[in-house]
Design a protein around this ligand. Structure first.
Ligand code: BGC
Ligand code: CA
Length: 209
């Protein structure tokens, strides 16, 4: 009769099988360390995934999808904004959480069926200064096409400007390209900065019926 089968290694010597009762059990200290290491790895992965998804801001819904949630309180037929957008006088505004260069920020607005913020009158500027809450945000105002000629991204007429004193100065000290993209300062007044700098941004789109 054959005895119990033994696992042999390449050298033909007996080897412990994985469930071998002769394997020394983990000490409770080793178990604790192992558990902590697993928890730490899980936390790290979760953080990385969250950071990736939260870069741009609140999750946006497909604006063309009639089933996508609207701002709470809105009634059917009335213009309204999607979840995560702020509504004011017929427009929806999106305040990013992450910071990106101007063009990348603009692209983020475009894929959300919006564009960077266009300020058309003093009430809109006042509203946004209040909402911006002393934080710098890119706006949709640029002289990239022609130095010194500032245009809104939607080509609308430049009716009001809120440049901070001495701006726009197209300072070349920080960037040889100068400063061709406008952002709100902590005061709410505007500065031209290098378009490659990363700031938060505000998107705007018409409230939809
Ligand atoms: C900014 C310029 C700005 C200047 C105002 C600099 O740090 O880069 O855009 O015009 O400050 O003093
Ligand atoms: Ca400047």
């Amino acid at each position: 009769m054959r005895g119990p089968e033994q696992m042999l290694n390449l050298a033909g010597e007996p080897q412990q099988s994985p469930g071998d009762p002769t394997m020394p059990p983990l000490t409770s200290r080793q178990l604790t360390v192992l558990t902590l290491v697993i928890i730490a790895i899980k936390l790290l992965l979760t953080t990385l995934v969250l950071l990736f998804f939260l870069q741009a801001g609140p999750p946006y819904t497909n604006p063309g999808n009639p089933l996508s949630p609207k701002t709470p309180g809105s009634t059917a037929g009335e213009p309204s904004c999607h979840l995560g957008w702020e509504q004011y006088r017929g427009s929806c505004y999106f305040f990013s959480w992450g910071s990106w260069p101007w063009q990348k920020a603009r692209n983020n607005c475009l894929v959300q069926n919006a564009d960077l913020l266009v300020i058309g009158d003093p009430r809109e500027q006042d509203y946004l200064v209040r909402k911006a809450n002393s934080t710098r945000y890119w706006i949709g105002f640029t002289d990239q096409r022609s130095e010194g000629i500032w245009r809104w991204v939607d080509n609308s007429n430049v009716t009001v400007t809120y440049w901070s004193t001495g701006e726009p100065n197209n300072e070349v000290l920080v960037s040889t390209a100068g400063e061709n993209c406008a952002h709100m300062l902590e005061t709410g007044l505007w500065n031209d900065g290098p378009c490659t700098f990363s700031y938060k941004w505000i998107c705007e789109r018409a409230a939809s019926v």
